[in-house]
Write a protein that binds this ligand. Structure first.
Ligand code: HAM
Length: 416
């Protein structure tokens, strides 16, 4: 019996990888322009790292982590997100001492034990970026500008940017109290989870999808109305910069994030095109995280996009690669000549295919069609002796006689 893959863990097949490569290459190109460098951190970390950063009472830590003991009895976890590991590395290698602001990006798989559905998987991929070392609102705006330009270059006008502020340790406690008082009055209408969250993580009640909770929390106090003056100034400044660069955004005062490390600016890029999975990218400021993990006081801001969700949005767009030329052969002399031409053209960056299966001429031409080759050429004894052959453009069947010299053929391939 054959062995299948694990539920929620997907293969990314050759027909899909060009789209993934396009997304990754676009992100790398845009990040480079904003001065971000790539960092590669392990997929497995000590469990404690995620408990301390994401927060013990979050869904991720409570329910979704792939945690196991290794042979030495240490509790390890497959990373559910990228920020914690990047901050761990920044502290461990004292990157903050080398530069006052570190701008880092990463790509790779993340793991959450969620119920799989369209756009939600147990192994999924993020492309993320983190800017650590400054609390200035202009950095929030730079990251948001970069994210919005990235989606522009991906060719997506969906998703739309929504922003909010979650305040700071000075102003959030009073807001939390006001929210708990509001929820207390509506306790009977809340689901079991939200009743429990009321004492652990009341902000999550604003994000609950249970219809009773959605209704009960209409009119709940919003963090933006309770910001201290420093947080209010910060949030206004961020919006000012965004308007300056004509970045389109809207305010979403009900946005709460599923990770506890956020302070001040938070944001999501949301779409209505992916059913229940509306967030395509998300992030925010985390001014206390590095210190909380044992590092210096280094405020930061970052985001991550879900590659599967971006790929779903880009969906139907064609990112197919097609061979430039198929050389079909009849006879051994032609096969040798084709091999030499193939080698020389490949050295010039051309994708050339020849028969490797001993197919008949008809079979070879069928394969050229199947591969979607742009040009084809048939070589037999006569062509080898004459030193020329007909080069056929597959799109319209137009033929042209070409000398069997790589530079001549390369020139003709350019004409398409
Ligand atoms: P997050 O909101 O948990 O934030 O995830 C970011 C993005 O990852 C989501 O918007 C979504 O596109 C994608 N994603 C999350 N879970 C899944 C899943 N199960 N299947 C498919 N895609 C998923 C973070 O992870 C933060 N570390 C972002 C950040 C970076 N904040 C500051 N810096």
């Amino acid at each position: 019996m054959s062995i299948s893959g694990i539920k929620g863990f997907n293969d990314i097949l050759p027909e899909d990888t060009p789209l993934w490569q396009f997304i990754e290459a676009t992100a790398r190109r845009v990040f480079a322009r904003y001065g971000f460098s790539e960092i590669r951190v392990p997929i497995v970390e000590k469990t404690e790292l995620f408990c301390r950063s994401i927060g013990d009472t979050t869904d991720i830590v409570e329910k979704e982590m792939y945690t196991f003991s290794d042979k030495g009895g240490h509790s390890l976890t497959l990373r559910p997100e990228g920020t914690a590991g990047v901050m761990r590395a920044l502290i461990e290698h004292k990157l903050y001492a080398q530069d006052s602001v570190n701008k880092l990006y990463y790509l790779g798989p993340m793991f959450r034990h969620e119920r799989p559905q369209k756009g939600r998987y147990r192994q999924f991929h993020q492309i993320g970026a983190e800017a650590v070392g400054t609390a200035e609102p202009v950095m929030d705006a730079q990251v948001l500008l970069m994210v919005s330009r990235l989606f522009g270059e991906l060719g997506l006008d969906e998703p739309r940017l929504q922003i909010n502020s979650l305040g700071c340790p000075d102003c959030r406690p009073a807001y939390r109290q006001a929210l708990v008082a509001f929820l207390d009055e509506r306790e009977g209408a809340l689901c079991d989870d939200c009743r429990r969250r009321k004492s652990t993580n009341p902000l999550r009640a604003l994000d609950c999808k249970v219809p009773g909770c959605v209704e009960a929390t209409q009119g709940a106090p919003a963090m933006v109305e309770h910001l201290c003056s420093a947080c209010d100034d910060h949030f206004r400044a961020v919006q000012g910069y965004l308007s300056e660069a004509q970045v389109t955004f809207s305010l979403n005062p009900r946005m709460v994030r599923g990770l506890d490390y956020y302070t001040r600016t938070t944001f999501e890029l949301v779409t209505g095109l992916l059913g229940a999975q509306s967030a395509v990218a998300a992030g925010g400021r985390y001014d206390g995280l590095v210190a909380q993990l044992g590092g210096p006081s280094a405020p930061g801001i970052g985001f991550a996009l879900g590659v599967e969700r971006v790929a779903l949005l880009l969906g139907d767009r064609a990112f197919e690669r097609r061979p430039d030329l198929f050389i079909a052969v009849v006879g051994e002399a032609a096969r040798r000549k084709a091999f030499a031409l193939m080698a020389a053209l490949q050295d010039q960056g051309r994708w050339v295919e020849v028969d490797c299966e001993g197919k008949s001429l008809k079979g070879q031409m069928r394969r050229a069609d199947k591969l979607g080759c742009r040009f084809s050429m048939v070589l037999g004894d006569d062509e080898v002796v004459a030193g020329t052959a007909l080069l056929k453009r597959m799109a319209d069947g137009q033929e042209e006689r070409a000398a069997l010299a790589p530079e001549v053929i390369a020139g003709l391939l350019n004409r398409d």
